[in-house]
Design a protein around this ligand. Structure first.
Ligand code: ZN
Length: 322
């Protein structure tokens, strides 16, 4: 009996898996910039993952466990990149700004809705028999506002629902199977009035995200606070949140199964890295890959349209025979 359980455990841990940690509004800034929160504080785990500071002057880098690729978010279209077209590009592998002739956001317009509902990464994976799960829990008010037409889906929940992937609820958060957008759960207690919301340290949140991803398939986490702070936050609020993110990455580095899992961290456009103004930037964004075949996959990444195929190839490739 215990032998059987061991075998099952081994199988569980040997499943291919990807955690897509999406950072909204994080670009690669300037080292000397007074308003770059990435340069205001030590972020040892973010730097370990990237082989150095998250900066525009970096070139691509591969270490033993991870690779860092400055990634073009402008996609050959003039103007500041925006969330709907950037996220739609990440989720389809097509250069959406180039197809449309413009950057658009934050919410998808009718053309982008049509593109995302016709085909996206989540639909491709579920059709191929892969499990796709959303990591973020959504408060009840979110579902109520969607149902009443007071709120429209942004690109990521739109693509998930088009693929039939359920959006986790407060019950999932309380059960410990979904995560708070701030990683720690403090916002659910303080701002959403859920006093029983589990409180996690950033490091424990990272470990639990890694363990959840190890169930197999794709687990997607949308970190939208980075863009929110880029528009509305102070430098010290941004620094504080980057320290949380650094702790999450510490937990991910500790618990990640490099042999079977690929962690993909990337962004849709710059914003947070330059708080001298409250708008998006035209900077390149970071792509970080940790784990299985990171260096080979990193070589295929140049712009946002290259990310979807990294995720699908990592999950759909045939198991190695050796
Ligand atoms: Zn924004």
């Amino acid at each position: 009996m215990s032998k059987l359980i061991e075998i099952d455990n081994d199988r569980l841990h040997s499943k291919n898996h990807v955690l897509f940690l999406f950072l909204d509004g994080v670009g690669l800034g300037n080292a000397s910039a007074q308003y770059n929160p990435f340069m205001q504080v030590e972020l040892p785990h973010l730097q370990a993952l990237a082989g150095g500071y998250w900066l525009a002057e970096r070139s691509r880098w591969s270490g033993e466990r991870a690779s860092f690729v400055p990634t073009d978010a402008g996609l050959g279209v003039a103007g500041k990149p925006q969330s709907a077209t950037g996220q739609a590009t990440l989720l389809t592998g097509q250069n959406i700004p180039q197809q449309l002739g413009y950057h658009w956001g934050p919410k998808p317009n009718a053309e982008i809705v049509h593109i995302l509902q016709s085909d996206n990464l989540f639909m491709r994976l579920t059709r191929a028999g892969q499990t796709v799960r959303m990591a973020n829990a959504y408060p009840q008010a979110y579902f109520d506002n969607i149902a009443r037409g007071r709120r429209n889906y942004s690109a990521i929940p739109l693509a998930l629902t088009a693929a039939g992937v359920p959006l986790p609820t407060t019950a999932d958060l309380l059960a410990g199977t979904a995560f708070s957008a701030d990683f720690t759960g403090q916002a659910w207690r303080a701002e959403l009035g859920v006093p029983d919301a589990p409180l996690l340290t950033p490091q424990v949140a990272g470990v639990q995200l890694a363990k959840s991803a190890q169930q197999g398939g794709l687990l997607f986490f949308e970190c939208w606070l980075t863009d929110y702070l880029g528009h509305r936050g102070t430098l010290s609020e941004a620094v504080q949140f980057l320290q949380v993110l650094d702790g999450v990455v510490a937990g991910l580095l500790e618990a990640w199964d490099d042999a079977h899992g690929l962690l993909v961290i990337t962004a849709d456009h710059g914003n947070l890295e330059d708080l001298s103004h409250k708008h998006h930037t035209e900077n390149a964004v970071p792509t970080l890959l940790l784990g299985k075949h990171h260096a080979q996959f990193a070589q295929t990444v140049h712009d946002l349209a290259d990310i979807a195929s990294v995720v699908s190839q990592s999950l759909l490739e045939l198991p190695s025979t050796n």
